[in-house]
Design a protein around this ligand. Structure first.
Ligand SMILES: Cc1cc2nc3c(=O)[nH]c(=O)nc-3n(C[C@H](O)[C@H](O)[C@H](O)COP(=O)(O)OP(=O)(O)OC[C@H]3O[C@@H](n4cnc5c(N)ncnc54)[C@H](O)[C@@H]3O)c2cc1C
Ligand SMILES: NC(=O)c1ccc[n+]([C@@H]2O[C@H](COP(=O)([O-])OP(=O)(O)OC[C@H]3O[C@@H](n4cnc5c(N)ncnc54)[C@H](OP(=O)(O)O)[C@@H]3O)[C@@H](O)[C@H]2O)c1
Length: 278
């Protein structure tokens, strides 16, 4: 059969763009919601394929049906595993092969998703503990948006601390709205209770220009702000998601406190994952 005669071929929202076939072996899902936060950040939601299962914190490969061979990029699923839709929180990179197009999606458009999810920011990669620290910068908050909406997180931990550091205050909006929405939601607030804490800082603007998370950990300011003791490998677990530099520096601090890096094969006391390449 001629690939272009594929009955699954799609057009853009206006129905005007040339139709490209849906590649074999991928899901083609429909965008249900788009929200822009800044000129560099947006989130979108889309339908969830029937039978698609994942663990909260995992990532998938997504693309657009805008070429014969679409560009796919890794994206953390920001919604929890119980959600009937899938949510993503995205950067807009100027001239970025995927995001220069992805940032223009509208409700009703099609997004492609490869069928397998994977990742290390999952409960299975951590040993049991008392407190869970989720350290993120920028879009690194995405996998934690999933974890903090998962009841398993609160079954496993007494206290959950989400930190997000961005350059500007405007970039913190997604995380702040998310935590406010959890607290306002009858069902989620029942299992979250008062266990969830958000520590959000902007490093390059705001009345009280904040410090990097690494500086806040090293100085002990983070623990003072939270009213919690310093990191202890007996009780504390951590997940880290940000740029390569942020991962390197934050992981080094975890090791200094005696935490050990874990994986799906060998659970331990902290885990890391890149939020982007570069
Ligand atoms: C495991 C994993 C999970 C990821 N999850 C997400 C996610 O949930 N949300 C998301 O927006 N991106 C995520 N990314 C990055 C994503 O895969 C793409 O790089 C991003 O969508 C840009 O794609 P692009 O083709 O437009 O540009 P690319 O060619 O991929 O990137 C161009 C440059 O833009 C910068 N950049 C790329 N992504 C980011 C980012 N997220 N934040 C800041 N700078 C960036 C880097 O300097 C990069 O070299 C993830 C990457 C990995 C490895
Ligand atoms: N976001 C923007 O407004 C912007 C503007 C122009 C270009 N870019 C480019 O886009 C890419 C990503 O930008 P981004 O702002 O999403 O991510 P980013 O540069 O990684 O910065 C996000 C936050 O992480 C902090 N950070 C950076 N390195 C760290 C480390 N090693 N340890 C701990 N904290 C660290 C930053 O603090 P500091 O402020 O102290 O660095 C900032 O608060 C970069 O290539 C950047 O050059 C972004």
């Amino acid at each position: 059969m001629n690939a272009f005669a594929n009955e699954n071929a799609v057009t853009d929202a206006a129905g005007a763009a040339p139709a490209f076939p849906i590649p074999a072996g991928v899901f083609a899902e429909t965008v249900t919601d788009v929200q822009h936060y800044t000129d560099t950040l947006f989130r979108f939601r889309m339908t969830r394929p029937a039978g698609f299962r994942f663990r909260s914190g995992e990532f998938v490969m997504i693309g657009l049906p805008n070429a014969d061979k679409p560009v796919y990029r890794a994206y953390s699923i920001a919604s929890p595993s119980w959600d009937e839709e899938l949510e993503f929180f995205s950067i807009k990179v100027p001239n970025g092969p995927l995001t220069e197009h992805l940032q223009k999606i509208k409700v009703g458009d099609t997004v492609l998703m490869r069928k397998k999810s994977t990742g290390t920011l999952v409960h299975d990669a951590l040993l049991p503990g008392k407190r869970l620290y989720l350290f993120s910068t920028g879009t690194g908050i995405a996998p934690f948006a999933s974890i903090i909406r998962d009841p398993e997180t609160y079954d496993k931990f007494e206290t959950v601390i989400l930190t997000q550091t961005c350059r500007t205050t405007a970039e913190l909006a997604y995380g702040k709205e998310l935590v406010a929405a959890i607290r306002a939601d009858e069902l989620m607030s029942e299992f979250v209770g008062d266990k969830l804490h958000l520590h959000a800082t902007a490093t390059r603007d705001g009345e009280t220009r904040g410090e990097r998370i690494t500086t806040l950990i090293e100085s002990g300011r983070l623990f003072e702000d939270l009213g919690l003791p310093p990191l202890d490998p007996d009780t504390d677990r951590a997940m880290i998601c940000g740029s390569m530099e942020m991962l390197k520096d934050t992981a080094a601090l975890m090791e200094k406190f005696g935490l050990v890096e874990g994986s799906n094969a060998q659970p331990a006391t902290y885990v890391v994952e890149r939020a982007f390449v570069g």
